[in-house]
Design a protein around this ligand. Structure first.
Ligand code: BF8
Length: 663
């Protein structure tokens, strides 16, 4: 290939500060590609974050722009010294801002869930033929839970009744959402007492946007109630429907060994990355890359084949269901393009950085948008329609083959692949610990009661370029398992741990003696990957099962469990945090928290919600401090349950700590 064809169009980074890649990420492949991007003169989010200080007033949520008498800026250092033009206090302003984030996050998940439900209905009505119900057993299970008669009835009739029932999750104007039936009675009682059982998500989001507008709800505690109601409409509503319908249509995941990291790209194949959140597109991509005529077209172009790879959340769903390899998490979506090996990056909705268009242009990658809700300037749009899905996905493959033929850039793929076991579900936990013939949560509860497992932690969420990528996820999880805390994961956090090699059964040797014994007996990893961010609903169901199984209290708030999103960046994470808190879980966030300490609203979220029978928020940025907070909470709950026994926390010695800090 002539040299001029291999040159990268320079997007020269003006004289700006650049940090060493090793200070920005613990992901080796990302560090290598970050260094390459620097050589190629390509700017990435890591560089922009280094050079753009976060707005200090916004970071503290001390500004209000909900009307045009402002924007009003308050002083977070002296929060009660001023009020906005309308008289809004710091507590009102912060709770309104928080409310808008919760509404946006809930809207994202519920819009996704409703799209899944639309697909389900269209399949049932016969308008869509390329998808079908793959998991009839799960359909029966969910239908029965919802009180739908299943005996001697056609599958289609049961499914249509289930559709009608679940549609209420979104559209119902009064009454409780369908999956409220899954909530432990005492937790539900707390919600009823507080008036936060969700009606339909549309109604709840509408009311929250209304209440957080100028001159409406001006009491932080009352605004928080509606935040909880909206958040619960996500966790026990939109997200849960998205998960359950995806399982019914595409199959419930079960454990499978899967390859992760950038080494899953193949220089001699046509590489197609799907990056986004809705599994429909990805399912059709799986069908297109198996199409013999397209495989032949790839071979005719000189490729050995078609290599389909996932990134971020829909990638997590696909690798759990199909074993599709996964290239990385949120802070690797730009760097993966720097390999030059990506022939097409196909995106749908959520967490798609706009800068991907520019980076893709630098490396002559096709950036293809597919969803009518989400276009990007500079991207090519090939719209995806479920009634003719392969029209879009076949065309994507053709475009990718075209780019393979004329790559025109050097290809450099980090030779790093991590194999781990993923695809756990709340159903599978039954079988894994209970065995095929006595599937139940009893063995999990028993192991918690007898102290082998100290408690369960959900470690989930994003990367954020204001933190060293994956550092907090990995070190937090290592510290938790070392202290016999079983970790369940979703989202980009799950990929961080997969890259760190902790999703293998062999990682049991890093666990404390009790957890290690359980893992070795069952042959499971100490870190269980449950899937995408909407699959946090699986964690809620697992919590509910633990309560209903008995021995660990009467409500989710009684369980020795804790949650954390240590590197979050998305509004969706705030919503997830709030639904875990409202469900009864102590939830710690890292990076930053958009609330001023020492204010009434801060006290409400970080202390008072727990006094009302829910969970509470926590905040810390250091992984070891976070672990300490979570373990202390788990021990507090063990003590309240009367199952505490003397156990010393295994402390990391200084040499361990130095090794980690040097990593
Ligand atoms: O929903 S973990 S960066 S990819 S928001 Fe986004 Fe965060 Fe990743 Fe999926 Ni979830």
């Amino acid at each position: 290939m002539p040299d001029e064809e291999k040159s990268i169009p320079k997007k020269v980074v003006p004289k700006k500060k650049q940090l060493d890649p090793r200070e920005l990420t613990t992901c080796e492949a990302t560090a290598m590609m970050l260094a390459k991007a620097r050589n190629d003169g390509v700017e990435l989010a890591f560089d922009r974050a280094t050079n753009m200080k976060a707005c200090p007033i916004g970071a503290d949520s001390a500004c209000c722009k909900h009307c045009f008498m402002g924007p009003c800026r308050l002083n977070s250092k002296d929060p009660y010294s001023k009020v906005g033009v309308c008289g809004a206090t710091i507590d009102t302003i912060m709770s309104r801002n928080f409310a808008r984030a919760v509404a946006a996050g809930c809207a994202a998940h519920t819009d996704h869930g409703m799209a899944m439900l639309d697909l389900f209905r269209e399949v049932l009505e016969g308008h869509i033929k390329d998808y079908e119900i793959k998991n009839v057993q799960k359909l029966y299970y969910v239908a029965q839970e919802m009180g739908i008669e299943t005996e001697d009835r056609e599958v289609k009739d049961i499914a249509m009744d289930l559709y009608k029932e679940l549609e209420r999750t979104y559209t119902q104007v009064d009454g409780e959402i369908p999956f409220a039936k899954r909530v432990p009675e005492k937790t539900l009682e707390t919600w009823r007492k507080e008036g936060i059982v969700p009606r339909g998500a549309m109604r709840e989001i509408m009311e929250l946007l209304h209440r957080s507008a100028i001159g409406v709800d001006q009491h932080y505690a009352n605004i928080t109630k509606q935040c909880s109601r909206v958040a619960l409409a996500d966790g026990w509503g939109g997200s849960m429907v998205a998960t359950e319908i995806a399982d019914i249509l595409f199959g419930t995941p079960s454990p499978i060994a899967i390859e992760t990291n950038m080494g899953v790209l193949k220089e001699d194949q046509v590489n197609i990355i799907v990056h986004g959140h809705e599994p429909n597109l990805f399912e059709s991509m799986v069908a297109s890359v198996a199409e013999p005529t397209l495989i032949q077209a790839a071979k005719d172009a000189g490729a050995k084949g078609l290599n389909l790879v996932g990134m971020c959340c829909s990638g997590l769903e696909m690798f759990s269901r199909h074993g599709t390899p996964h290239a990385g998490n949120f802070m690797s979506t730009e760097t993966v393009l720097v390999t030059g090996a990506v022939d097409a990056m196909v995106v749908d909705v959520q967490c798609i950085k706009q800068a991907l268009a520019q980076v893709a242009e630098c490396y002559k990658t096709q950036l293809i948008t597919t969803n009518p809700r989400a276009r990007i300037e500079g991207g090519k749009h090939i719209e995806f329609h479920e009634d003719n899905p392969k029209e879009c996905t076949d065309e994507i493959v053709i475009q990718a083959i075209g780019r393979f033929k004329n790559r025109g850039v050097e290809v450099e793929i980090p030779n790093i692949v991590n194999t781990g076991v993923h695809g756990f579900s709340h159903e599978y936990i039954n079988y894994m610990l209970g065995g095929t013939f006595r599937a139940s949560y009893t063995p999990l509860n028993d192991n918690i009661i007898n102290g082998r497992i100290r408690g369960v932690a959900g470690v989930v969420g994003c990367n954020n370029p204001r933190m060293k990528q994956d550092y907090v996820h990995v070190n937090l999880v290592k510290e938790l398992i070392k202290n016999d805390v079983l970790v369940v994961q979703t989202g980009c956090s799950q990929i961080a741990l997969a890259k760190a090699g902790l999703t293998t059964p062999e990682a049991a040797h890093l666990a404390g003696p009790g957890l290690k014994e359980v893992c070795e007996t069952v042959g499971m990893p100490p870190v269980l990957g449950l899937g995408a961010c909407v699959d946090n609903s699986r964690i809620l169901i697992a919590c509910s099962e633990m309560v209903k199984t008995g021995g660990l209290g009467e409500s989710i708030a009684d369980l020795p469990v804790a949650g954390c999103a240590p590197e979050y960046m998305s509004e969706k994470a705030i919503t997830i945090g709030q639904y875990f808190v409202a469900s009864g879980v102590f939830t710690v966030f890292g990076v930053t928290f958009p609330i001023v300490e020492g204010t009434k609203f801060h006290k409400h979220l970080f202390e008072e919600l727990e006094e009302l029978g829910m969970g509470k928020w926590g905040f810390a940025t250091d992984p070891f401090e976070i672990a300490e907070m979570m373990i202390a909470h788990i021990d507090k709950k063990r003590k309240a349950l009367g199952i505490d026994k003397a156990r010393e926390r295994v402390l990391m010695d200084m040499s361990d700590r130095r090794d980690i800090d040097a990593a």
